[in-house]
Design a protein around this ligand. Sequence first.
Ligand code: ARG
Length: 458
Amino acid sequence: MAQLWGGRFTKETDRNVYLFNASVDFDKRLYKQDIEGSIAHATMLGKQGIITESEKDQIIKGLGNIKAMVEDGSLEISDKYEDIHSFVEATLTEMIGEAGKKLHTGRSRNDQVALDMKLYVRDEIAETDALLKELQEVLYRIMSENLDTFMPGFTHMQKAQPVTLAHHIGAYFEMFIRDRSRLADIKKRMNTCPLGSGALAGTTYPLDREYTAELLGFDAPTGNSMDSVSDRDYVIEFLDALSIIMMHLSRFSEEIITWNSNEYRFVEIDDGFSTGSSIMPQKKNPDIAELVRGKTGRVYGALIGMLTVMKGIPLAYNKDIQEDKEGTFDAIDTVKECLAMFTGMADTMRFRKDVMEESAKKGFTNATDAADYLVKKGMPFRDAHSVIGRLVLSCIEKGKSIDEMELAELKDICPMFDEDIYEAVSLETCVERRLTIGAPGQAVMEKTLTAYRTYLDA
Ligand code: ARG
């Protein structure tokens, strides 16, 4: 047990209390950010003449050594320290002596941990964004290879109208565009520096907060020192963005699981991304997609957990805030792993174009187009809807699709049908004539893809 605050106490902390209170077990993952922030603080203390040039140099060199030693494994972050801040400061003092004791001048662990967490979330926003982009690259490739792969589009899980695989995958591409822009928004809003807020009320030292903010790549220092040390909005916003990413991945997983089923057979997940059964030799299961769908729960849990932690916290710092870490770390690890796994699975998945196309031909996905055909011949849409409804009923009785009906059979239902009906309700026509912005017609999809390429290259 090594504590920074023993002076006022006459008795050792109870061992179990110490363990309950300590956070080093999990906040050790902030060592890099803690050292980065400490180097900026020391640099500023030196510039302002609050510590000497030589003290500043010793501190910065010592901190650099600690980072290198932690990374090469020669220095272990031991649980003998209460938290990562205590570890870094105590190790520094052990290594460089007196100067190490001056690092914490004009600083509190409250602004220190607020800074560490912000630096960490900012780094993780960048990593999450990069993983999303990799997934988008894979989706882009699948789309560009499947502009004319017809498949049924569904509503209510019932065949609705024909689309293409490129169009269907494009829907997810759009979701991930929004996810990435959400991350960018959060970064913009959170990019202010809490360092220099002290415990809650600033300090009497002439700290240059603008300078440290700039050194650490922030847009500006935070505006209110009490808010600075107790604000975790950016953690909540990040968890919210991560939850939405998981919601998207989970929907996508659900579709892949369905498409991979024996009944659909739209896709085949690669052997490298499937698992078998211990009893049923024939099985090849979509466990990866199922796990991504399942892990969504713990990320939502972290968001609700953090909202709940913060809801009763009076100003300013309270120890409850230490609970911002474990759930957030778990959520970040989970999302990054899910993104990497999902991308690999999507990249190696085989699409059975023939099965998709056969499926699109069945289930009257061209019924709307048959109604539109009559509308173009002058019938009001509501009447055309009713005529085609009767046609579908007759098709079902005869076990035929619309295009399998003889012209005489069609004319029986409505004399306005002519030879050109067959072309009008073919799968190709149904898709290719859908040329409104955002529709599956190849000509618009090509434009959409060009825009996606520009987006990815920006
Ligand atoms: N481990 C603490 C946390 O994560 C660091 C800040 C401690 N501050 C304090 N006044 N006890 O929030």
